[in-house]
Design a protein around this ligand. Structure first.
Ligand SMILES: *[C@@H]1O[C@H](CO)[C@@H](O)[C@H](O)[C@H]1NC(C)=O
Ligand SMILES: *[C@@H]1O[C@H](CO)[C@@H](O)[C@H](O)[C@H]1NC(C)=O
Ligand SMILES: *[C@@H]1O[C@H](CO)[C@@H](O)[C@H](O)[C@H]1NC(C)=O
Length: 357
């Protein structure tokens, strides 16, 4: 028996020494992709695949960063899916997401003449800067240094990348004659921003000599609310949809509001032909249809007496409706929808010439 124990001793010693080596090995050598972990890895791999899929679907989320709140006014950003059926958008004003943002929306007026208000960090290669501006060139400060900065434009101009129209005219599903709401005034005008140099101020000063114009708004010392505005516009046969400046495609809510409320717009703005790119020609009266404000006034007075001629201006409403376009948030969703469809490279190098000529 002692012979057996004598034979076992070296074996036990070797096992002990080996055990020590193994312990030291695993204490100081951290296996990174060790064979030891492969069975565990295969156990969790199905879970990892799941998270990979959700990461992938999150990667297809387009992040739109609103760099400035337009004119400082805040609003709800999380509306693309719930209100406009545009899926897969994250619209945020959180500048910490800059590095991940696919689009950075920059509202022109809020640059406030100082380019250091723009993002200063390095622009990620995939990121597009979207210039947002719905004002005409005379109300948009011309800033040097804007060339070769933006990738896309969101503007009322038809040749901008993302259309920033103020309203839309949409076909109705069912044909139905439109009966205009009852009226107790002939011509109305609401104006907040008055300048004697505006073409519209000059035109109004002549027009009022020949026809009564009911005027409202800050320019006339009676600021009115949105609700009052609606009821005033509705109560007039004609509304002066006079733009503050005259530029191609610059046709604003002043026009669409009257159309949608069942009031005939009398327009002063770009050419009749330009308006007719947006709506049927028999839906409005253009000041250029008349040699002078006097003849326009005479025509409005004639329509006041002739129900048949007046109602002709609502023929288009049998097949169409007009709507204001909606809030800023909708435009950010449009920017998201655009980026989902377009990932081509683009840089606007002649930007200042494009907008200010
Ligand atoms: C991915 O998106 C889903 C749904 O939008 C969200 O619940 C989840 O937390 C997101 N995952 C990550 C890793 O961001
Ligand atoms: C964005 O990335 C740059 C490097 O490209 C880094 O310097 C910066 O701190 C990052 N910003 C944020 C907000 O993560
Ligand atoms: C966006 O425009 C800038 C300025 O011209 C340019 O440097 C950048 O590469 C463009 N990026 C994309 C994604 O088009």
């Amino acid at each position: 028996m002692s012979t057996n124990s004598n034979m076992l001793r070296p074996l036990l010693i070797s096992i002990f020494v080996l055990g020590c080596f193994a312990t030291i090995f695993f204490m100081y050598f951290k296996p990174s992709t060790s064979w030891l972990y492969s069975p565990v890895k295969s156990l969790v791999s199905s879970n990892q695949d799941k998270s990979a899929i959700s990461t992938k679907s999150n990667e297809s989320v387009i992040i739109i960063l609103l760099w400035f709140w337009p004119f400082g006014a805040r609003f709800k950003l999380d509306v693309c899916s719930s209100q406009y059926n545009i899926e897969g958008c994250l619209v945020t004003a959180d500048r910490n997401l800059y590095n991940k943002s696919h689009g950075v929306v920059i509202h022109h007026r809020d640059i406030a003449g100082d380019l250091s208000n723009l993002p200063s960090q390095q622009r990620p290669p995939f990121q597009k800067w979207i210039w947002l501006n719905l004002e005409s060139p005379v109300h948009s400060p011309r800033l040097t240094g804007l060339n070769s900065l933006f990738n896309l434009t969101l503007n009322y101009r038809q040749d901008s990348d993302i259309r920033g129209t103020y309203g839309t005219v949409i076909a109705k599903e069912t044909k139905e004659d439109f009966v205009p709401p009852s009226k107790n005034k002939l011509v109305c005008w609401i104006v907040s921003n008055w300048s004697p140099n505006h073409a519209r101020a000059k035109y109004y000063n002549e027009l009022k000599k020949y026809v009564d114009v009911h005027v409202y708004g800050q320019a006339f010392g009676n600021r009115i609310s949105g609700e009052e505005c609606q009821s005033i516009v509705t109560s007039c046969k004609f509304y002066l949809s006079f733009e503050n400046s005259i530029f191609k495609d610059y046709i604003t809510e002043k026009f669409y509001r009257a159309l949608s409320l069942g009031t005939v717009p009398v327009v002063l703005g770009p050419s009749r032909q330009n308006y007719e790119n947006f709506i049927q020609g028999d839906s409005f009266i253009h000041v250029n249809d008349f040699p002078s404000p006097k003849e326009l006034a005479e025509y409005l007075l004639l329509l006041d007496k002739n129900e048949y001629l007046y109602k002709k201006y609502f023929k288009w409403r049998r097949h169409f409706t007009a709507h204001g376009y909606g809030p800023w948030a909708r435009r950010l969703c449009d920017a998201c929808a655009y980026l989902k469809k377009h990932n081509e490279y683009k840089s606007i190098n002649d930007f200042i010439k494009w907008y200010w000529g």
